[in-house]
Write a protein that binds this ligand. Sequence first.
Ligand code: TYM
Length: 335
Amino acid sequence: NTRVLTGITTTGTPHLGNYAGALRPAIEASALPGVDAFYFLADYHALIKADDPVRVSRSRLEIAATWLAAGLDPERVTFYRQSDIPEIPELSWILTCVTPKGLMNRAHAYKASVDQNTEKGVEPDDGVTMGLFSYPVLMAADILMFNANKVPVGRDQIQHLEMARDIAQRFNHTYKGDYFVLPEVVIAEEVATLPGLDGRKMSKSYNNTIPLFEGGAAALRSAVMRIVTDSRQPGEPKEADDSHLYTLFRAFATHEESAEFRAALLAGMGWGEAKQALCDRLERELSEKRERYDELMAKPDEIEDILQAGAAKARKLATPLMERVREAVGLRTLR
Ligand code: TYM
């Protein structure tokens, strides 16, 4: 069987980009024959970006409810919370010890902080924690712990996957054994980067997101109405292919519907009408799921039970793997 694994950092509220770029393809993959799926809440990763305990814990609940409402079947999928698996930070430390610092110096998230600081004229490492710096090692531990073959993610995570492969190879080489499988990145091409309201990548950090379930149909609609469009009038032909409204539409429509929508834009459909059509597509895909989301949010105990059962399943694999790793590096029990 192929092991498919992916995680979402528990900061903020899931948006359409997370849904189309990560959750939806992951849930579809988990239903395929021959697939063992491991999906988790990356709450240790959340601490890198957020130091507000209320926000971190609220976001864990929202993201867990989102996975379940979007159709994740906890009987099929090993669905767990990173912080319930103590073997993950343990493996992360051991991997840290085979990871060259130079490799981490090249990580995009770290380099972006350094560049910003340089622009501002402050110390390059100002405000950079060791958590941010070694973030890719923790992510490698998440993946290597379960010997994942495939990791479906958005484009922004490709470099992290390359680093995970690199770290796995170094460990296997140093300790002379096939301890870790080299994971492959999987990018859903059609929707790899969903644009946000302003056309840039939809991202919490750009403040341009369209909420998935939170706020209900009204919040979704009001966000869609705020999508930036050019000033062409109704009746004037639109540049369909550069319009992010069209990219968003395509992520939620069939090929035929998308072709019709494109033709209508070229024929001069107004942006208002186009936005309405996008809302209709979104509602078709999301309205039932939103109802389930609201039910789940009212029953956190039920979610907690599901996560505990998932952690027990995950640890059945993590415990023996960690034993092998401890043995490999020489941390075995004295007899
Ligand atoms: P995170 O939480 O930032 O994002 C979760 C997933 O959503 C994808 N994504 C998008 N895809 C398409 N269009 C967008 N606009 C968009 N915005 C976000 C991200 O690429 C990601 O796949 N480090 C990871 C979480 C993580 C992880 C892992 C992932 C921790 N350990 C192990 C895979 C395997 C992150 O911060 O993703």
